[in-house]
Design a protein around this ligand. Structure first.
Ligand SMILES: NC(=O)C1=CN([C@@H]2O[C@H](COP(=O)(O)OP(=O)(O)OC[C@H]3O[C@@H](n4cnc5c(N)ncnc54)[C@H](OP(=O)(O)O)[C@@H]3O)[C@@H](O)[C@H]2O)C=CC1
Ligand SMILES: O=C(OP(=O)(O)O)[C@H](O)COP(=O)(O)O
Length: 343
């Protein structure tokens, strides 16, 4: 029997997780939820998903009926029929849903990176913490930037012991569809203090990095991708080729060359379009090959993160771990990647 998955919050992350679940042969989407009867709700129904109202309230259901969008009921009509919920609600609402809906109904739940580490049992990345999350009930898939960092630090850690990592993150201001946010003509230290949440979030996945990683972030007026510069002090004897080989061996990382035309995040997104990827998604972390350098005991590299899609395969592996469907993280990663066409 395929695992029954409810997507609570069919937004940027939720709709992608719904489509990714549909691509797997061992899980199925039982329903998706929305609070507003807008075009995304209508499209969800047209795609064949059963739509439920995220807020259990008669007036809210009436809004959908008045808009002519058929709903199957509210979240409370489906919650006890599912094996696991993937919460895709806006940040902070995931925690409210955890306390008000998932825990009282004793249903396993995955929260996203906008929520806090302290509110869940553990924090998920398929490379680092699959085993720890195995069989657990309430887990957070860490944020897009944190997921990108976890992948590259895994590759570096496989060739040399990490002593200290310094990372500068340049964060996209908003998603392409997000017309409420800025900045439109500024660079915003966000946060202005150190560290940004990303360093502590990496530690929530990899506790042995406590005291070893420091992150600082700004937001810039772009919507396509985030960009990171990593400076990582390590122990051991290795070459630039060793680091590149480790990066190329790590699942869900691709390398690109500026020399081949990948001169910016815009060109990487164009590649996603040319590949014909759904919504031009690039689930892989993208590392610029020329940026990988070794100077004495320090590794440097630059990478790009497609914020809307990098965490989607992690959610799929997290479902398998929490429902104890596959013991081996690399087998789950391979299965997810194959179904989703990830390199
Ligand atoms: N976007 C990104 O780049 C990334 C986001 N994340 C994290 O993922 C989470 C979701 O973000 P994102 O997908 O961007 O958010 P969106 O705003 O795109 O989508 C949020 C969805 O949640 C629905 N929703 C609103 N209120 C509730 C509620 N009370 N219960 C259930 N669903 C609700 C909304 O429905 P409606 O529109 O009908 O109100 C909408 O479908 C956040 O924690 C975020 O930090 C993590 C990595 C990357
Ligand atoms: O997880 C993300 O970014 P983050 O790793 O910087 O928190 C996503 O881009 C969403 O974050 P935001 O919408 O709060 O910028």
């Amino acid at each position: 029997m395929p695992a029954k998955v409810l997507i609570n919050g069919y937004g940027s992350i939720g709709k992608r997780v719904a489509d990714a679940v549909s691509m797997q042969d061992d899980m199925e989407v039982i329903g998706v939820t929305k609070t507003k009867p807008d075009f995304e709700a209508r499209l969800a129904v047209e795609k064949g998903y059963k739509l439920f109202v995220a807020i259990p309230d008669k007036e809210r259901v009436k809004l959908f009926e008045d808009a002519g969008i058929p709903v199957e009921g509210t979240i409370l009509d489906v919650i006890e029929d599912v094996d696991i919920v993937v919460d895709g609600a806006p940040k902070k609402i995931g925690k409210e849903n955890l306390e008000n809906i998932y825990k009282p109904h004793k249903v396993k739940a995955i929260l996203q990176g906008g929520e806090k580490a302290k509110d869940v049992e553990d924090n998920f990345n398929a490379l680092w913490s699959y085993d720890r999350c195995y069989g657990k009930d309430y887990i957070r898939v860490v944020s897009c930037n944190t997921t990108g960092l976890c992948r590259s630090l895994y590759a570096i850690n496989s060739v040399a012991d990490i002593k200290k990592a310094r990372v500068v993150l340049v964060r996209r201001a908003a998603d392409p569809n997000d017309d409420k946010r800025g900045p439109v003509n500024a660079i915003t230290p966000n946060p202005v203090t150190v560290p940004s949440h990303h360093g502590p979030d990496v530690v929530s996945v990899v506790p042995e990095f406590e005291g070893k990683i420091l992150t600082s972030a700004v937001i810039v007026p772009t919507t396509l991708m985030h960009q990171h510069t990593l400076m990582v002090e390590v122990d051991g004897n290795f070459s630039r080729d060793d680091v590149l080989e480790a990066i190329n061996k790590t699942p869900r990382i691709i390398t690109v060359k500026a020399d081949e035309g990948f001169t910016s995040t815009a060109k990487i997104i164009e590649y996603g379009r040319d590949l014909g990827r759904l919504r031009y998604d690039i689930n892989e972390l993208v590392v610029w090959e020329e940026s990988v350098n070794v100077l004495e005991n320090e590794i440097f590299l630059m990478q790009a993160v497609h914020q809307e899609s990098i965490v989607i395969p992690e959610n799929i592996d997290c479902i398998r771990a929490m429902l104890q469907m596959e013991e081996d993280n690399f087998k789950s990663i391979e299965k997810t990647n194959k179904a989703m066409g990830i390199q």
